[in-house]
Design a protein around this ligand. Sequence first.
Ligand code: ZN
Ligand code: ZN
Length: 338
Amino acid sequence: MRAMTLVRTAPIEEHPLALQDLPVPSPGSGELLVKISTCGVCRSNLHMIEGDWLAAGFPAKLPIMPGHEICGRVAKIGSNVDGFQLDERVGIQPLWTSCLRCEFCLTAREHLCLSKEITGETVDGGYAEYIVAKAAHAYHVPDAIPDVEAAPLFCPGITAYHAVRKAELVPGQRVALFGMGGVGHMVIQFARLAGADVITVARGKRHRELAEKLGSVSTVDPSAGDAVRQLQRDGGLDAAIVFAPSNDALRQALAAIKRGGVVVNGAATEPGPLAFAEEKRLAGTVIGNRQEMREVLQIAAAGKVEVVAETFTLAQAEEALLRLKRGEIEARAVLVIA
Ligand SMILES: [Zn+2]
Ligand SMILES: [Zn+2]
């Protein structure tokens, strides 16, 4: 099979990926072999490829195939698998597997499992023609969702949905989104479905235009003056969701929300001082659990959210990553592999 393999971590301009011809893997007990049709290109792929996460232990092996938002068809079924048929469409999210026994797995928080494996970071991912998936962590893809739109549901979709749930929005509330892109464009739509008004903070003009097209009530350019003051107009903010990989954005979000509000953070690391008497809350967020993944697929199949994607071939993976790095991808780049 053809695969775009990460052979060494390096800036994407230095071509760290190689197009290789490799043997097709075999599914073991409880596993499926999936022939990949589409795989999304995530900013976290770029971080891992460029070596930003070496200290955290990712990639856990080299060479490795990156890619963790995957749609494909069942090509082989391993032993001890129920509920899947040959040729049916399935998807795989970043949570490649979890132990199913620990306190997190037993309380529908398997994405926090300490023994989890991450697709494309600890095991081979979707920049390839085939992947082995765990049947317990594979999902049926409804017919109504085309392959190109399905792939991004498995990372931006689930990540946005879980973050919006963490914000505990109720109809009529106002929420700011920091960071427009793959996840951000889904956050806007899920927050609107929760009944909230969304104000999007983004530097790029194309990103702000897409935010408004997807239903953001207004947008703020943080490079054009005091973003916090702009956000505090019109009655203030009940919540903010941060997917901009920027500590400034996280601090602006905490400053801009009303007393008692919540900031859901999926990208930045240093929130700065927090005045306890204002009762502001800060919640981390990372992907989501398997039940939430199924809910995302149902919502998308009902046509209630739209995935915006630009397509590339497998061999163009580096070009897609380079354009993502330069801020030139409006929402999501997707590799069309078969
Ligand atoms: Zn991702
Ligand atoms: Zn576990």
